[in-house]
Design a protein around this ligand. Structure first.
Ligand SMILES: [Fe+2]
Length: 379
């Protein structure tokens, strides 16, 4: 067990967080003071009974309800602009995003920008900056993995330049997060696996981040233990409610933790590679586990060993590495970037676009040449 060292921390979470089966029913009473509510979701959830029931209950309470549906994966900035335009047209005074990480991130960015002038592209490019609080924003995840319901950033992608990065402001943390595990039951197995691995990677990158603290570590150790025991079950038995609850809870705990801490090189590299080669985020994270954990082993042996014990993978840093790879394989994720067409010609773009806050939070720094050496192992 690591020796106690006092480390400062700042907790940044939504003002209200509800976790539990059926908690989506609490949403209408939380929105009572708003007149026009804009719902944002993906194409599948828009067709669900839960979505129809939610609209009906809001309309019954006297709200005008508008919808923007079909939000795509990986947070396209064009989708954020679509939400902004609809919100300005209908004078929405609250935004509710129900979906996976991209839906929540697009809704979150839009809520911040709706009262301002201009388009998302102007803020994404850095031409303009987010000055402060936008519209009231509620987030309801339908996947267990991203933790986007807790964080103050939106990971967005520009389809023209392939740049993927965060739009960020402390006021962008959602006002309300409702994590209802029953919303994740219809999540397909491959997305269940990829999102769960994203949560797993976020937990261990949070622990090895230099800003990690007793607060974030206690959340992450619990999250990792839940994921190690329940991800395969949730993948193989989609209707297993206890496994779905465990994964939803783990994802929430991870989001609360890394909102206060940050991540590491897996996320630093997954963003440019994912944006360039259209690799789903969870699969990109899983593919980077072996090379990045090997790189970090020399400076994080003790932490990885402790995580190996928490996950019941064994007792050493290497046990953690093998256990994490086996966990990914046990739920069918065997992502290799060569399957997505990674070539040497992509390295310059990846090196130029990997220097994010996540990369800076990696416990062992990587020079450009070292990033290239790591990428060569992925070919
Ligand atoms: Fe992630």
């Amino acid at each position: 067990m690591e020796e106690y060292k006092s480390r400062d921390f700042l907790v940044k979470v939504p003002q209200e967080i509800f976790f539990g089966k059926g908690t989506i029913a609490l949403l209408p009473e939380k929105l009572v003071r708003f007149h026009v509510i804009l719902l944002v979701t993906g194409k599948h959830f828009a067709l669900s009974c839960e979505y129809a029931q939610l609209i009906a209950s809001l309309e019954k309470n006297g709200h005008i309800v508008k919808s923007v549906t079909g939000i795509r994966g990986e947070g396209p900035i064009e989708d954020v602009d679509r939400i902004i335009m609809e919100a300005r047209n209908c004078s929405a005074d609250a935004v509710v995003a129900i979906g996976g990480g991209s839906v929540i991130d697009c809704g979150k960015a839009a809520a911040a920008l709706i009262p301002l002038g201009g388009t998302c592209r102007e803020y994404f490019s850095g031409e303009k900056t987010v000055p402060g609080k936008g519209l009231y924003f509620a987030a309801l995840p339908t996947t267990s993995g991203t933790g986007a319901e807790c964080t103050c950033n939106s990971v967005l992608a520009d389809g023209e330049t392939f740049v993927k990065k965060s739009l960020r402001h402390p006021s962008m943390t959602p006002d309300l997060a409702i994590v209802d595990p029953l919303l994740t039951v219809s999540c397909p197995p491959d997305l269940t696996a990829a999102s769960g691995l994203d949560a797993f990677v976020q937990s261990f990158e949070c622990v090895t981040n230099p800003k990690s603290s007793s607060y974030s570590e206690s959340l992450c150790y619990k999250a990792m233990s839940l994921i190690a025991r329940n991800l395969k079950k949730a993948y193989l038995e989609p209707e297993n409610i206890e496994a779905r609850c465990a994964m939803a809870e783990a994802s929430l705990l991870t989001g609360m933790a890394f909102a206060a801490t940050g991540l590491g090189a897996i996320h630093g590299l997954a963003h440019p590679i994912g944006a360039l080669l259209h690799v789903p985020h969870g699969a990109a994270c899983a593919a980077l586990i072996p090379s990045v954990v090997k790189w970090n082993l020399s400076c994080c042996e003790e932490k990885y060993a402790e995580m190996a014990e928490v996950c019941k993978f064994g007792k050493t840093g290497k046990d953690f590495l093998h256990g994490a790879v086996a966990l990914a394989e046990s739920c069918g994720v065997k992502a290799h970037f060569r399957d997505y067409g990674l070539k040497e010609k992509h390295f310059d773009f990846i090196v130029k676009n990997c220097r994010s806050a996540s990369m800076k939070g990696n416990p062992r720094s990587m020079s450009d040449d070292e990033v290239i050496a790591l990428l060569e192992t992925l070919l």
